[in-house]
Design a protein around this ligand. Structure first.
Ligand SMILES: [Zn+2]
Length: 98
């Protein structure tokens, strides 16, 4: 997010976009993770909307970005397919990177 590779000597941390408690069955999936410095992890991600987090994922790890798979972590039968939409992710992408 800030492009730092370390923060005060701490290495990058692995962030879970969807928390384990919200997706107990299918939590471990590469679409749910990205690496971030400790400061961004502590200060910025806790209250960040999922669509914004997914915009970072799509930008920096496009090969492992998968909105459908990510939605199914918490909602395997996809009963709420519009909980986060590609349009919302694209909107954040425009705000963050354009
Ligand atoms: Zn950072």
């Amino acid at each position: 997010m800030c492009n730092n590779k370390t923060y005060r000597g701490f290495p990058l941390e692995t962030h879970e976009i969807e928390r384990r408690s919200q997706a107990p069955k299918r939590w471990m999936h590469i679409c749910n993770y990205f690496r971030t410095c400790k400061k961004c992890h502590m200060d910025d991600l806790a209250a960040m909307p999922h669509a914004q987090q997914l915009a970072y994922k799509q930008k920096h790890d496009p090969d492992n970005y998968d909105l459908d798979a990510w939605l199914r972590l918490r909602d395997p039968d996809l009963k709420a397919p519009h909980r986060v939409t590609q349009g919302e992710v694209d909107e954040w992408t425009r705000k963050l990177f354009c």
